[in-house]
Design a protein around this ligand. Sequence first.
Ligand code: GLP
Length: 251
Amino acid sequence: MRIYKTKNYDEMSRKAANIISAQMILKPESVLGLATGSSPIGTYKQLIEWYKKGDLDFSQIRSINLDEYKGLDASNDQSYAYFMRHNLFDHVNIQPANTYIPNGMEKDVEKECARYNKIIHKLGGIDLQLLGIGSNGHIGFNEPSDSFAKETHCVDLTNATIQANARFFDSIDEVPKQAYTTGIKNIMNAKHILLIANGEKKADALYRSLFGPITPACPASILQLHDDVSIVADEAALSEIIKINVNEDWL
Ligand code: GLP
């Protein structure tokens, strides 16, 4: 695991975009596992800028998103499908047919999970998985629990997550209570994992994920078992880790 410390959100975004760019240049037909939330917005902006300059080409890229709210359709401006179009897909030359997101409107949970897992398997796995982290240590929508969920499943969101995500909705009552998410096994199968985090709110989760016990109570802690993980985080998100005097070579 390699931890890259950045001064702030902008530097975090540029560094993360650099890592994704390298992947895209080395393998133009990469399968990118993509994330939503406020953490990756700057990374996507930077990728768009480099695409516009002619430095990046998305024409052969395939993307598979981590998660989607259950009950929101792709045209709802709070859906992750909308987020991805608005923050990345509409601005680059990715082929819409090569972008995959769980269908939040599918009521048949088993059917949707099977469909999505099939897509992941058919794509041959994920080359680079971009992740944010919830302040309770969730990745995708894999919430703290007493076991690790393997593949795509439907989750009941925790109150902490509903409250954290309420800022994007008109009222907390509008935040969906369930979501489809890829599982820990899907994430861990990615060849490379790039986790980004910024701000003090993430400091405790990041510390527990990287230096605490490996437990489903902190889903991101499983990343300690992955062979190829890059963490790009700003000083505020790393503040708890810096306190334990971690060997400077790590940062
Ligand atoms: C959301 C998403 C996650 C995201 C996390 C953090 O609930 N499902 O994929 O990483 O919360 O979000 P943010 O980046 O806005 O802090």
